[in-house]
Design a protein around this ligand. Structure first.
Ligand code: CUA
Length: 363
């Protein structure tokens, strides 16, 4: 069913599994609109001529209602609009529910660039390398204003909103280079905030990955922040835990002191780091300080990835000691020096402050 190249002039290629659905719906709506526009205009011209005034002060013939006619012009448009609704619902359902089995990539938008980080640690700016034929899930947020990640060839886009995570997924059907655009006006260089998706054969992608090993994976970086740089471990791990237990937490229902129940998802963990007093877990004291302004969006993503890994590890039965050795081995000398510093200092006052506060960008 997938088209290899675009068969419509000026249209971007169809390069994802749902591109043909979006185009199908688009052309269906266009065809329906064209049919009725042409029909209405043709009838208008025909009646102009047929019922033109043939003698002065002519009065029109009286017309009485027709049940058959009125039923037809109610039911036919109803059916047509319902097909449009159903088509739209199917496309929406496919696009905005990421499949459970997907390769996860983190995205942070920033005036005016796209930062990508792979689960295996590789980082890219404005370029995104992905394998062909795999489900790719993007977890996205922004350091400043609203952006919108748009890949026309995949026929999908999603807003990237400050203070929350949004998601997008796709499965690219053919290797090639495709444009990334920012589709939400975000300031002076909005029009330049673009990039390229490189869709590669799995073997080429594996080569690319192995040639681009760049330090810690998000999980390792999160663990480093958790255990060393931010000192989360002093309350959330060890013998005398004062903070909520995080192992096995992700994806479960959490009871709060106010009687509410929330699902421990990415958003919940992010909020708990930035605004700990907002959602106190039953059985715990509101003693956790806020980390607002002390962690960047990228670090938040890493912390969330680490907390998430505490739950998947448990079910997968892999050892966490591997990760921690790897994390130490991969730490750069600067990181190690920083860790030593931090162990002695207040864990809640990390010296790896975010390089930018966001204000510096708006000169
Ligand atoms: Cu970012 Cu427009």
């Amino acid at each position: 069913m997938q088209q290899d190249t675009s068969w419509v002039p000026l249209f971007p290629e169809q390069a994802s599994t749902f591109a043909w659905q979006v185009d199908g719906l688009y052309f269906y709506i266009t065809a329906v609109s064209a049919f009725f526009t042409i029909g209405v205009v043709a009838a208008l011209i025909f009646f102009f001529i047929k019922y033109r005034e043939k003698e002065k002060y002519e009065t029109g013939a009286e017309i009485h209602g027709s049940m058959a006619l009125e039923t037809a012009w109610s039911i036919i448009p109803f059916i047509i609009s319902m097909t449009i609704f159903l088509g739209g619902a199917v496309v929406f359902y496919n696009q905005y529910r990421p499949p459970a089995e997907a390769m996860e990539i983190y995205v942070v938008g920033k005036q005016w660039m796209w930062k990508f980080q792979h689960g295996t640690g590789q980082r890219e700016i404005n370029d995104l390398h992905v394998p062909v034929g795999r489900n790719i899930k993007l977890t996205m947020t922004t350091e400043d204003v609203i952006h919108d990640l748009f890949v026309p060839a995949f026929r999908t886009k999603a807003d990237v909103v400050p203070g929350r995570y949004s998601y997008m997924w796709f499965n690219a059907t053919k290797p090639g280079k495709y444009h990334i655009f920012c589709a939400e006006y975000c300031g002076l260089n909005h029009s330049g905030m673009g990039g390229t998706v490189y869709v590669m054969e799995q073997s080429d992608f594996d080569n690319w990955l192995s040639g681009n090993v760049s330090g810690q994976t998000p999980v390792e970086a999160g663990q480093d922040l958790f255990e060393n740089k931010l000192g989360c471990a002093s309350c959330h791990a060890g013998a005398n835990q004062r903070g909520a237990k995080l192992e096995g937490l992700f994806g479960t229902e959490v009871k709060l002191t106010n009687g509410q129940t929330v699902t421990a998802n990415d958003e919940y963990i992010r909020n708990s780091i930035l605004n700990p007093g907002g959602q106190i877990v039953e059985g715990y004291q509101p003693i956790m300080p806020t980390f607002k302004g002390q962690v960047t969006e990228e670090q938040l993503i890493q912390l969330v990835a680490y907390v998430k890994s505490l739950s998947t590890k448990k079910s997968a039965g892999t050892t966490s000691s591997n990760t921690s050795t790897m994390s130490n081995a991969n730490s750069s000398p600067t990181n190690n020096a920083a860790n030593v510093n931090k162990l002695a200092s207040n864990p809640n006052a990390p010296n790896n402050r975010p390089e930018t506060t966001g204000n510096e960008n708006r000169k």
